[in-house]
Design a protein around this ligand. Structure first.
Ligand SMILES: CC(C)(COP(=O)(O)OP(=O)(O)OC[C@H]1O[C@@H](n2cnc3c(N)ncnc32)[C@H](O)[C@@H]1OP(=O)(O)O)[C@@H](O)C(=O)NCCC(=O)NCCS
Length: 173
């Protein structure tokens, strides 16, 4: 794990840097698992700063990873539906467990927020990161982006025990 790593809530001034991390991650890490046409299709749906800001101010839990002088090096989020939409780490800092640290932070938040189950549509690159955090693969999914087929995996982890979620679903008196 990178020393000096800080995880903190998203701020509006982060949007530009996060959009750049998304593009750099797809461009440089994507080819480890996907063909050039698939990487190009993935890049074509990269959110710009405005779109990212809109998504990250809709009430979801959005966090960034910062590393002292290196500034922002990753980000992730969790909606109250339990869905993780983005998990991206800057390629210069990949392979050091930052993705796992982000996912574990989201799981802690899910427990605190009493979200019973967390899921994500994980890339080939992220699948093992989720598995190490205790997620199981539910299915392989094929998506078409601008005429190119690209796969990912539906990953899911139960967060609250069966008893706790049953208690939660009981109507209030
Ligand atoms: C998925 C991602 C967030 C993982 O973040 P990370 O901090 O690199 O995670 P880890 O440190 O656990 O390393 C992930 C893998 O990269 C490998 N790796 C090692 N050195 C690496 C390097 N220099 N560069 C890239 N990956 C490296 C690790 O061995 C590990 O492999 P494994 O999971 O098969 O065991 C990151 O790869 C990424 O941003 N990918 C592009 C975007 C993406 O796929 N997002 C997920 C969408 S849900």
């Amino acid at each position: 794990m990178t020393s000096g790593l800080t995880l903190r809530p998203y701020e509006s001034s982060d949007a530009e840097a996060l959009s750049a991390i998304y593009r750099r991650a797809v461009f440089q890490l994507g080819p480890r698992a996907y063909r050039p046409d698939q990487v190009a299709a993935w890049l074509s749906i990269a959110p710009d700063a405005g779109m990212l800001h809109q998504i990250y101010t809709d009430g979801r839990h959005a966090i960034v990873a910062a590393n002292g002088a290196n500034g922002l090096i990753g980000f992730a989020d969790l909606a109250d539906t339990g869905h993780i939409r983005f998990l991206y780490v800057d390629p210069d800092h990949a392979g050091r467990g930052i993705g796992g640290a982000l996912v574990n932070n989201l799981l802690e938040h899910a427990r605190d927020a009493r979200v019973s189950s967390v899921h994500s549509d994980a890339s080939e690159l992220a699948r093992r990161v989720f598995e190490r955090a205790g997620f199981s693969c539910v299915s392989r999914q094929e998506h078409e982006i601008a005429g190119t087929w690209i796969h990912n995996f539906l990953m899911r982890k139960r967060v609250l025990g069966a008893q706790a979620s049953a208690r939660r679903s009981q109507p209030k008196e």
